[in-house]
Design a protein around this ligand. Structure first.
Ligand code: 13P
Ligand code: SF4
Length: 320
């Protein structure tokens, strides 16, 4: 009730107004919004699908909307453009890139192939379309072990994440030749942070991402992709969790597993590129149908083979 004739503040928040405009324009454009688990909460909330790299690639492959707005980083939007070449793929933050994906080039893959002619080449999806085009098959953090095990070759060049490559090597007899790339967010997490977090929260389970260093993985209870962490936390009888990945995942964890408590392993675990997308940029992208991501057809044709081989593996196959 308003007393003494005080002025009231309009009840609609700016985020809500933007979200409503996005919803209306999405209809008009026949658009769908995909958001990675690391996006800011407001962006996750306007998305039709929120997920890990594998889930979003699968969603792009079977999408039938005319426009895909990809709230994520460039390689994710490129993957969607490769899988859905007839659709308009928008990356609202045109400069949202992945430093790890830029740590290996197509030319470097060609040199590796000459040096190790019998090796198969596995490209993490966190690579450019040009690198995927030089590779035999793609993988994500959710299925890297299964992808490597599916190959006939006994020697595997693994690009570009050295930590994910070493993680895979724990579960296969194949020889893994990891490239020396790394995620600038996960590679910073330390064993000391795990020890300190366990001391502060002795009842909590420790879940870490396979992009973490081996000594961090050694101290964890479980290793999962981002959506794997959400599934595990909901299913686990545990009530408290230490989360060793980018802090954006806490929104999905808290939303999907109400009543459970989540502590970030490190407050420094923030991917600045994943935070470049906001509601204003999503709205502007829908209004202008720009920034648009396209992949030259000669590259897309070859990259699609590597991505599709991964998607053709049974969906239930996930890392141990
Ligand atoms: P996932 O969500 O596939 O586990 O990947 C994490 C990541 O770093 C994406 O950039
Ligand atoms: Fe790249 Fe790491 Fe950011 Fe993922 S979290 S986009 S791998 S820098």
């Amino acid at each position: 009730m308003t007393r003494r004739g005080c002025d009231t503040i309009p009840s609609t928040s700016p985020d809500r107004t933007l979200a409503e405009r996005i919803a209306a324009l999405k209809e008009e454009r026949d658009a769908v919004i995909f958001a990675h688990n690391y996006q800011i909460p407001a962006v996750q909330e306007v998305a039709d699908h929120v997920g890990d790299s594998l889930e979003l690639a699968r969603a792009a492959a079977k999408n039938d909307a005319d426009v895909i707005v990809f709230a994520g980083v460039d390689f994710m939007a490129e993957t969607a453009a490769i899988l859905a070449p007839a659709k308009t793929v928008l990356l609202p933050a045109a400069d949202a890139c992945c430093p790890m994906a830029e740590m290996v080039t197509a030319g470097e893959v060609r040199v590796l192939r000459e040096r190790f002619p019998d090796a198969a080449v596995v490209a993490y999806v966190n690579t450019s379309a040009a690198v995927k085009a030089e590779s035999d098959i793609c993988c994500t953090s959710a299925n890297a072990v299964a992808v490597v095990e599916s190959l006939d070759a006994e020697q595997v060049i693994f690009l570009p994440d050295r930590n994910l490559g070493r993680y895979v090597a724990r579960f296969t007899d194949k020889e893994i030749l990891p490239w020396d790339g790394y995620c600038i967010v996960h590679d910073r997490m330390t064993a000391g942070e795990v020890t300190a977090a366990r001391r502060a929260h002795p009842e909590a389970e420790v879940l870490v991402h396979p992009e973490c260093r081996p000594e961090v993985i050694d101290l964890a209870d479980h290793v999962f992709s981002t959506s794997g962490m959400v599934r595990h936390a909901c299913a686990s009888p545990g009530r408290e969790f230490i989360i060793g990945t980018e802090v954006g995942l806490l929104h999905q964890l808290e939303k999907t597993c109400p009543g459970k408590v989540f502590h970030p392993l490190s407050n420094r675990a923030v991917c600045i590129n994943m935070k470049k997308t906001d509601l204003a940029k999503v709205l502007a992208a829908l209004e202008r149908l720009d920034p648009r991501v396209t992949v030259p057809e000669e590259t897309a044709v070859r990259a699609r083979i590597a991505i599709q081989r991964m998607l053709d593996l049974p969906q239930e196959i996930r890392n141990p």
